[in-house]
Design a protein around this ligand. Structure first.
Ligand SMILES: Cc1cc2nc3c(=O)[nH]c(=O)nc-3n(C[C@H](O)[C@H](O)[C@H](O)COP(=O)(O)OP(=O)(O)OC[C@H]3O[C@@H](n4cnc5c(N)ncnc54)[C@H](O)[C@@H]3O)c2cc1C
Length: 502
């Protein structure tokens, strides 16, 4: 507990009444016998046959802990990293972001109901060993390829437009590899979608949406802007009627009703939300809940349009029936598909192009490689269906796999190629706990049944909204963020949303 540590340090320094002598080294002050080796000392150049070599982490030696390399800091990777026994393994995590995103609450950050920091959990807080243990690291990089034969991954650093630093390539040897690199937004090849729409997947996407929304609100108030242009700038179009699209539309309509009407009164009659869906909205919920959601969304002013998007242009979308829908903000949420990294991996795939896994989450054709979360799916040969792309699937796979690898290490199978003949124990079994979605105006849908046809609790309304909020508040990873989320909700309730464009 950081607060307890801070408190004890503060008390100790008061008790001493004097600072440590200036000649003492940092290691002596902090009680460390010798400083931990730096990363550059640990990085060794090593060769992989006749291939080009890069600096990196060489295979582990007998006196070192086995190394488990994790790709990704999403629901699956973070749950795995949290539960893996760091006394038995060194962890090296590679990901283009140094935090986990609490995705169920991401839509709320786009309109200022929650602050961005409240939904981002730094990896060092999820597993402190990653920043403390001498052989454990987090690398801000993308994995660009895997050499399954040599138990090695290839990576490239992420610089995100910092022009002074060129991307840096390196490689890491693994004893165990956990691929948890997620999926990417699908656009079904629709022309212009990638270029002009925003995909709500990362905190940076939510920031972009909020900035665009507030910019358009400001611009539409400027003298000389025509009524038609005002209407376009303030038209928020959401493509995709799944839970994410519906939740985002609900958040937007709450923002419009409560905040825009009060604080942007000049343009309040011009701002609208349209939700475009090719089939049924919320198709994973039963008819009764869907009808309720449609009624509530319509009451909140969300226009529901049944249509197939054919083409996306910078300021309008074209539907296949010939309708044009002008927009100022376009958010795309039509599901996910395999990423280019997963597509390029030369291992058997599950239906839908995900990495094929068996019942123990292994990729059966190569040793010591596991895949969890949205990037993986059961191989057809297992006879099991590909599981839905959900946080609850990803999290439980991460938890199961950490337990499995802890068990293998205790049984002497922690090193590369050492687990071939071991008993892997019980396979992974998924039990669906139900689905929830908010629809705005303090209303939500809660369906706790295993399937649409199954028996059990399914309800909608204010009570469901209360359950939704309580459930997600309790699932937020750290107490710090739980506190932030609760305070953000309270602040929004009392003072309204923050509308400053920072
Ligand atoms: C807005 C939104 C709301 C959602 N709401 C819900 C909900 O209410 N309930 C629910 O169950 N599910 C929800 N989901 C779905 C849920 O978030 C996903 O199913 C879940 O995030 C999958 O976890 P994952 O770890 O497999 O992938 P992700 O969480 O997507 O994480 C993938 C990680 O891999 C990293 N990565 C990508 N490529 C590479 C690479 N080449 N090398 C290294 N790292 C890489 C990424 O940066 C990321 O850190 C929601 C999703 C979104 C976007």
């Amino acid at each position: 507990m950081p607060w307890l540590r801070n408190f004890l340090q503060l008390s100790a320094s008061y008790a001493r009444q004097s600072p440590p002598p200036p000649h003492k080294s940092a290691a002596a002050i902090f009680g460390r016998a010798s400083p931990a080796p730096s990363l550059t000392q640990l990085l060794r150049h090593f060769s992989a046959g006749s291939q080009v070599t890069y600096p990196g982490l060489a295979p582990t030696k007998g006196d070192e802990k086995p190394r488990v390399v994790v790709l990704g800091t999403g629901w699956a990777g973070c749950r795995f990293i949290k539960d893996i026994d760091t006394k038995q393994y060194d962890i090296v995590c590679v990901s283009p972001r140094n935090h986990m995103v609490f995705t169920p609450l991401l839509a709320s950050t786009c309109v200022g109901t929650l602050e961005f920091r409240s939904v981002a959990e730094p990896i060092g807080r999820i597993q402190p060993a990653i920043s403390r243990e001498p052989g454990s690291y987090f690398f801000l990089a993308n994995c660009t390829g895997v050499d399954f034969q040599n138990h090695q991954i290839h990576c490239q650093t992420v610089t995100e437009g910092v022009k002074t630093i060129d991307p840096w390539k390196f490689q890491i040897s693994y004893d165990k590899l956990v691929i948890a690199s997620g999926a990417q937004a699908s656009t079904f090849g629709i022309k212009g979608a990638k270029e002009h729409a925003t995909f709500l997947r990362e905190v940076s996407d939510a920031q972009e949406i909020r900035r665009k929304l507030l910019l358009n609100l400001m611009l539409s108030d400027v003298p000389g802007v025509t009524d038609e242009e005002k209407r376009r700038l303030l038209h928020c179009v959401v493509v995709g009627g799944g839970p994410t699209g519906v939740e985002f539309s609900g958040e937007l309509s709450d923002f419009i009703r409560k905040d825009v009407h009060q604080r942007y009164a000049h343009v309040k009659d011009y701002i609208h939300v349209t939700l475009v869906e090719a089939h049924e909205i919320l198709s994973s919920f039963d008819d009764r809940l869907r009808k309720y959601a449609i009624k509530q969304l319509t009451k909140s002013g969300v226009r529901l349009v049944r249509g197939i998007v054919k083409d996306v242009q910078p300021d309008k979308i074209n539907l296949s029936d010939g309708t044009d829908i002008p927009y100022g903000v376009l958010v795309w949420s039509t599901g996910v598909g395999p990423s280019s990294f997963v597509n390029a991996l030369e291992i058997p795939k599950a239906p839908g192009g995900r990495i094929g896994i068996d019942e123990w989450l292994r990729t059966p054709t190569v040793q010591d490689v596991y895949a969890i979360g949205d990037c993986s799916g059961f191989l057809e040969s297992t006879g099991k269906p590909v599981l839905p792309a959900l946080a609850q699937v990803a999290e439980r796979q991460g938890k199961y796999l950490a337990k499995l690898l802890n068990h293998l290490s205790k049984a002497g199978g922690g090193r590369a190629n050492a687990a071939k003949d071991l008993d892997f124990g019980e396979p992974f079994v998924y039990k669906h706990l139900g689905s929830m979605a908010t629809i705005g105006r303090y209303k939500a849908l809660v369906d706790l049944r295993q399937s649409k046809e199954g028996k059990g609790v399914s309800m909608a309304g204010f009570m469901s909204w209360f359950i939704w909020r309580s459930a997600y508040l309790s699932r937020v990873i750290s107490w710090r963020n739980r506190f932030y989320v609760a305070i953000n909700w309270l602040t929004t309730f009392i003072f309204g949303r923050d509308i400053s464009r920072i």
